[in-house]
Design a protein around this ligand. Structure first.
Ligand code: ATP
Ligand code: MG
Length: 437
């Protein structure tokens, strides 16, 4: 036994293992294609940002800033930094820093890890991944509808059934202030029914109380004064503009009066996509944010989806798909064959084939076991005989077995090898092609 203790990963921060790669790959490639279809360009911002960015951009009384941020002081220069808990503030910062919206509005998207110090449980981690899109400088509601339809197309392309759209309007700050007063009076009148969390938020963030998951609080939240009753004409027109477009596009929606977002900067449209009681994706307008971060006022809208939650749903619905497998596995025996094998593998790769070459020693039998385990389409076999004749034996590893149970084997001149394999692959049914479902 080793004397050295093993170091474990950080709680709530997961390794993504090769077995899950097919799933991740499918989501990422589908997302990239969907974003392209709507004209969104990818942006990659740093994981570490000044803490100030999130305090200003998210609001001081949000869950994230109050208790979920990984903040630290850079010991070398005293800078106050945080691991990003979300990417909207970073994208807006970068857009301003590089004048991306100087001439015209911009459609941007991102994907990557985010960090929140939450209690880890299924679908809730401390490092998790988000994919999101931001439409900067668009007043909507056309772009609000576009972002919603982008999500819809993504669920469809992934094959996810029954993802439900919930929408609401948060109005503008003054409308929320009036509603807030009414809400606080109402909640104060029912103070004995509030849980500890709600009492704490009563004066800091009462709107968020409506979002409570506590079953004992459902009735009081349901009967609370509705923000919708406090909306002015312009806010109502924006919301009607969105719902009209959704109806035109045959996109079902459910108006959820209690839908609020955790972040302070949202206004007007908010939406969530929910499946099996789990929120996959949240989004909405954040018109004040760009100005709050020092830019020219530019109305904007965006969403973020939780990658782990979407992947979990894909797993539950058996939409995992096959992982990529190599085209060839090169097995060899003997000194001369070992030298030839490494050259043959390079030439096959030159022709565009995915090739795993056996490295190290081992008899043919154990090498064939590894070839099978690699799920390669063909074993390329090189022994002393083959090298002497300038050929390789090509053995099919998938199907194509004769009555003795052995895959058929053919001798092919080395210079014809790549073309031969490419030809055989082209004849094969495409069902085991890399990565697809
Ligand atoms: P919740 O109410 O579930 O805490 P939130 O309002 O904090 O969600 P957002 O900040 O809007 O969530 O993030 C968008 C999406 O990112 C969520 O809908 C969810 O799918 C995902 N997400 C948020 N926090 C986590 C986490 N800790 N682990 C995994 N996914 C998360
Ligand atoms: Mg949260």
């Amino acid at each position: 036994m080793s004397k050295v203790d093993r170091i474990q990963g950080v709680r709530g921060m997961n390794d993504v293992l090769p077995a899950d790669e097919a799933l991740w790959d499918r989501l990422e490639s589908t997302v990239a294609a969907t974003m392209r279809a709507y004209g969104y360009a990818r942006i990659r911002t740093p994981i570490v940002e000044p803490t100030r960015l999130f305090v200003r951009g998210l609001g001081e009384v949000t869950d994230i800033v109050e208790k979920e941020m990984y903040s630290f002081v850079d010991s070398l220069n005293g800078d106050e930094l945080s691991l990003r808990p979300e990417n909207t503030a970073g994208v807006v910062r970068a857009a301003l820093e590089h004048n991306l919206t100087y001439e015209s509005p911009r459609r941007l998207w991102y994907a990557g890890p985010m960090f929140r110090h939450e209690r880890p449980q299924k679908g809730r981690y401390r490092q998790f991944h988000q994919i999101g899109a931001e439409a900067l400088g668009f007043a909507g509601p056309d772009v609000d509808a576009e972002l919603i339809m982008l999500c819809r197309r993504l669920w469809d392309d992934l094959g996810l059934p029954q993802v439900r759209l919930e929408i609401n309007s948060l109005g503008q700050a003054d409308e929320r202030a009036a509603h807030r007063q009414a809400l606080i009076s109402y909640l104060e009148g029912h103070r004995d029914l509030l849980d500890e969390d709600a009492r704490r938020r009563l004066h800091s963030n009462p709107l968020r109380i409506l979002d409570t998951k506590n079953p004992a609080m459902q009735e009081i939240a349901e009967n609370a004064p509705r923000l919708a009753e406090f909306l002015g004409e312009a806010s109502r027109a924006h919301f009607d503009g969105l719902t009209q477009r959704l109806r035109d596009l045959n996109q079902p929606y459910h108006v959820n009066h209690r839908l609020v977002r955790g972040l302070d900067y949202y206004n007007l449209t908010v939406f969530e996509w929910v499946a099996d009681g789990l929120t996959l994706c949240g989004g909405g307008r954040y018109d004040p944010l760009v100005e709050m971060l020092g830019g020219r006022a530019s109305p904007s809208c965006g969403f973020a989806l939780g990658v782990e939650r979407v992947l979990e749903l894909l797993r539950q619905h058996d939409l995992v798909g096959e992982g990529a497998s190599p085209d060839c596995y090169v097995v060899h025996q003997g000194d001369a064959a070992a030298h030839t094998a490494i050259q043959v593998a390079e030439r096959l790769r030159d022709a565009g084939l995915d090739v795993v070459m056996h490295c190290g020693s081992g008899g043919f039998k154990s090498q064939f076991k590894r070839a099978d385990a690699s799920r390669a389409a063909f074993a390329i076999v090189l022994g002393d005989d083959e090298v002497a004749k300038g050929v390789a034996a090509v053995k099919s590893l998938r199907g194509g077995q004769d009555e003795t149970g052995k895959g058929e084997q053919q001798s092919v001149a080395l210079e014809d090898l790549a073309d031969f394999v490419l030809g055989r692959l082209a004849d094969e049914p495409a069902d085991d092609a890399n990565g697809g479902i």
